[in-house]
Design a binder for this molecule. Structure first.
Ligand code: CAA
Length: 241
């Protein structure tokens, strides 16, 4: 039986590439989305995935979304906590809303989603939780005190959850992408982005498919001994120890 994977923010950007890859690999995929119905519908049509609308910032809504997926596809065995937003501003000009929106969507979402699936994974003795962090949670970034805080939080969460579930066949890992060529980069001023690309040793932005390849590895049977890890995919821009 094909395993069930739930990808939050799974219809655009990196998440879209992950949904596509896992569907191609034969998983039953549910792709979460919050507002962009057109992008979600395109994903459903092109990849044959289930799409599920929901707000990762709400514990109740996540519970409802997980229940819908469980009913249609079966219990969630692989969770990819990918949904994320930016609200960039230098900290001395950052509003409380810019701070809390990013913390809610990028970090509270880990609790809101994972809490609904972890008991089932433990009971079945198999599970994969894959969290998408960021290079900027590792090194910091001007204009991203909110995002860097949330993405560093993702790394700590990953390690604690990995420890708690290691004996239950549930691995918990995170991927820290560098600058990936997605819509999220459209909010970065062109001249700033040019400066960032100049600092990437590989000399280009990353691709969503490159992150999806790593997700596919972590989701598989062969990755059973990898847990609590932070895998960096950033073209050499930051070499974490
Ligand atoms: N070090 C310290 N301070 C710096 C700095 C640096 N390297 N560069 C700029 N600043 C400060 C300036 O001194 C200035 O502060 P003052 O107001 O005190 O003078 C301020 O930053 C810049 O102010 P500006 O008015 O020129 O610019 P702004 O406020 O309109 O925008 C910004 C600033 C929001 C940081 C903007 O440059 C920006 O969006 N940068 C990109 C941030 C970024 O990389 N985001 C990543 C998005 S992609 C993503 O998040 C995915 C992922 O995981 C990688």
């Amino acid at each position: 039986m094909a395993r069930v994977a739930f990808v939050t923010g799974g219809t655009r950007g990196i998440g879209r590439a992950i949904s596509k890859r896992l569907a191609a690999d034969g998983y039953k995929v549910a792709a979460g989305f919050s507002g962009n119905v057109g992008a979600a519908a395109a994903c459903a049509e092109e990849f044959g995935v289930m799409i599920v609308k929901g707000n990762v910032g709400s514990f109740e809504d996540c519970g409802r979304a997980v229940a819908e997926v469980t009913e249609q596809l079966g219990p969630v065995e692989i969770l990819i906590n990918n949904a994320g937003i930016t609200r960039d501003a230098v900290f001395h000009r950052m509003s409380p809303e810019q701070w809390s929106e990013v913390i809610r969507v990028n970090m509270d979402s880990l609790f809101n989603m994972t809490r609904h699936v972890i008991e089932g994974m433990r009971a079945r003795g198999w599970g994969r939780v894959i969290n998408i962090s960021s290079i900027n949670g590792q090194k910091g970034q001007v204009g991203q005190a909110n995002y860097s805080a949330a993405k560093a939080g993702v790394i700590g969460f990953t390690k604690a959850l990995a420890l708690e579930n290691a004996k239950k066949g549930v691995t918990v890992n995170c991927i820290a992408p560098g600058y990936i060529d997605t819509e999220m980069l459209q909010a970065v001023p062109a001249e700033v982005l040019e400066g960032i690309v100049a600092q990437i040793p590989v000399g280009r932005l990353g691709r969503g498919e490159e992150i999806a390849d790593m997700v596919a590895f972590l989701a598989g049977e062969h990755a059973a001994y990898v847990t609590g890890s932070t895998l960096t995919l950033n073209g050499g821009q930051f070499m974490a120890g």
